[in-house]
Design a protein around this ligand. Sequence first.
Ligand code: ARG
Length: 458
Amino acid sequence: MHKPWEGRFREKTEEFVEEFTQSVSFDRRLAEEDIRQNLAHIKTLLKAGILTKQEAHLLEKHLLDILKEVQEGSFPFRKELEDVHMNIEAELIKRAGEIGGKLHTGRSRNDQIATDERLYIKREIKECVILLKNLRKELVRLAENSIDIIVPAYTHLQRAQPIRLSHYFLAYREMFLSDELRLINAYRLADASPLGSGAVAGVDFPFDRFFTAQELGFRSLVRNSMYATSDRDYLLDTLYACAVIGMHLSRLSEDLILWSTQEFSFVELPDRLCTGSSIMPQKKNPDVLELIRGKTGRLYGNLMSLLTTLKGLPTAYNRDLQEDKEPLFDSIDTTKKCIEAMNLILEGLSVKADRTTPPFGDPMTATDIANYLVMKGIPFREAHRIVGNLIAYAISQGKNLGDLSLREFKEFSELFEEDVFELLDPRVVVDRRKTYGGTSKQEVIRQIQIAKREEGVR
Ligand code: ARG
């Protein structure tokens, strides 16, 4: 197999080097983008007078045949031809003859790979955005179905204040909305054409780069040819967006893992989404959630990997940049799978409301009791201390706040009256949180309506 660049060489490439430098085993994923790019480049060459109409047609026809074979999976990729670009070009030359050799006029693999990756990432980001939207819709559905379920909210993993379970799901829905913004930011940075930059300095043929960009559906151009051929910043933004999605999914996983323990028993995962133990017959393990949590480490690693590759690179293209692909593909695949896995889990989740609802007298309403005193004129710090003492007393008596009498309350402040007992009901205190974005019923319903409108759900 002849290599397109072999003219200058007097020795056959060492086989080890072929194996070590090849990228076709993984960049073949970019074959469709590469062909799309070739088709646009043919039009640019035609416009610049380098190809005749007939030549352009011939090349197009063969490229479309190759595209079909790529899509069917029958295209014969060869490692000796190093990367996806030379594989497709070599095959085109084989089929179209000498004219095929005109395709690479005024182009370098440096602007070629930069273009393929931008086309690829735009497509993948769109898919991730759709998956995230489905996940958010599922969270909104759960929020709607759990308005009347009260759960403890934890801070420091200690019972803090009661909330509506909807409120919890809406928190994650908002996180995944911010993830969409990060992805769109990466998309916008990727949405510029590097093609026509050549190897580093631009091209000495009269290429209309604006025309090429339009043909490929790019919104704008990467202007400077040095930057265009070596910029991978938009990939960093993509990998960062994936890492944050992973972080959000991982925290949600952790909560659900904890909530599905016997000790919590707040939720039950369906058998079909769990796995068992090879030795302990009683086990039902939340492995899907653990793997989502675990794979987040890879998403972080991939971001660090590319950051490290880019650090200290001499200006313009260096072969190190080939190392961007495996982390990128892995992050995209992993992120998409993890979002889908979480969607499945949420669809199958059942909540045990009898377990989650805090009992009457649960000290989680202590903030409200302190605020009761505040409304009667006591400075908050003082009210906090009084209620703290009240709680310490209840603990020392082995009692719940609900077991105390008004007399006992009054020992801590004369201002306590019969109506304080209403505030020992977690169902009552949740509805006192009426601030925008708070957990009261009216506010949660409002937030669900906003979410539904934003997600286009009826
Ligand atoms: N496989 C290379 C990459 O992924 C393509 C560009 C190669 N350019 C070169 N001059 N060797 O970056």
